[in-house]
Design a protein around this ligand. Structure first.
Ligand code: IPE
Ligand code: IPE
Ligand code: MG
Length: 252
């Protein structure tokens, strides 16, 4: 714990990422390494979700986006999908009072129509109960994929154009960004993927155009505050150039 406190001092509070997005991967492997069921890995992963949410809130991160269930995850064995759905519903119901107490506002991104009715209800209750919160914004991606989101945006813009509500020539980057689930939310500054794979798996393709990417072999259930802090410190050592030269960035 002492180590964590020491390391925390290396974090510059003025240069914190405003928005951190996480691909929470590795629950299954965590369980397999212990000769346990994959479901145990997911249950353990929930502890990481709670811990990382709490830590993000404590250090003053404004937006935390968690990839919890992808569109493609519907293709997993039915028993695992069912287990994940009940875990999601159960967790949100259990954690909502704590989130309210910590001033955390829940947002849901994804095709919620596909979620079981009682899970959707729990999520909506959570969103409603935290609607007044002004601290950390917790964006939960459920039945989410970036191509789904971009396709939906294209459909919406096409519909408006067909109705004459917008002029196709006037569609710019802001118009499109505004049609995404993240409309009005700043793009992630830092994208973390745990579990060792170095891929994006259909997550926030538009929004991560200039995000700093951080891949760690640490499996999601093992991703503790110290591992998170390493990612944040690593982020702060990077120079974000957005296409400019290093000299230009330094002159600013
Ligand atoms: C991430 O862990 C959780 C979800 C995708 C729901 P995995 O279940 O993908 O774990 P691995 O990749 O099999 O270890
Ligand atoms: C990405 O993990 C999706 C989530 C973390 C929810 P996966 O385990 O589904 O990704 P792939 O299949 O290895 O790309
Ligand atoms: Mg995985």
């Amino acid at each position: 714990m002492k180590d964590l406190e020491e390391r925390l001092k290396e974090l510059d509070p003025a240069r914190l990422p405003k928005h951190v997005a996480i691909i929470m991967d590795g629950n299954g492997r965590w369980a397999r390494m212990r000769a346990r069921e994959r479901s145990d890995g997911h249950a353990e992963g929930v502890n990481s979700v709670n811990r990382i949410t709490r830590f993000s809130s404590d250090i003053g991160i404004k937006y935390l986006t968690l990839y919890a269930f992808s569109t493609e995850n519907w293709n997993r064995p039915q028993a695992e999908v069912d287990m994940l759905m009940s875990l999601i519903g159960w967790t949100i119901r259990k954690e909502t009072p704590d989130l309210v107490a910590n001033n955390v506002k829940i947002h849901i991104l994804g095709e919620t129509d596909r979620l079981p009715e009682e899970v959707r209800k729990s999520l909506l209750d959570g969103v409603e109960a935290t609607a007044h919160c002004t601290g950390l914004n917790l964006l939960l991606c459920l039945s989410y994929s970036s191509r789904w989101e971009l396709t939906r945006a294209a459909r919406e813009l096409a519909r408006k154009a067909a109705l004459g509500e917008i002029n196709p020539e006037e569609i710019d980057e802001n118009t499109l960004a505004g049609c995404l689930s993240t409309g009005g939310i700043p793009d992630p500054d830092l994208l973390i993927r745990t579990g060792g794979e170095e891929r994006i798996s259909n997550f926030l393709l538009w929004q991560i155009a200039y995000s700093e990417l951080y891949f760690t072999p640490v499996l999601w259930p093992d991703f503790d505050n110290a591992a998170y802090l390493e990612a944040l410190i690593d982020y702060q050592q990077r120079e974000r150039r957005f296409g400019k030269t290093s000299d230009q960035v330094k002159a600013k």
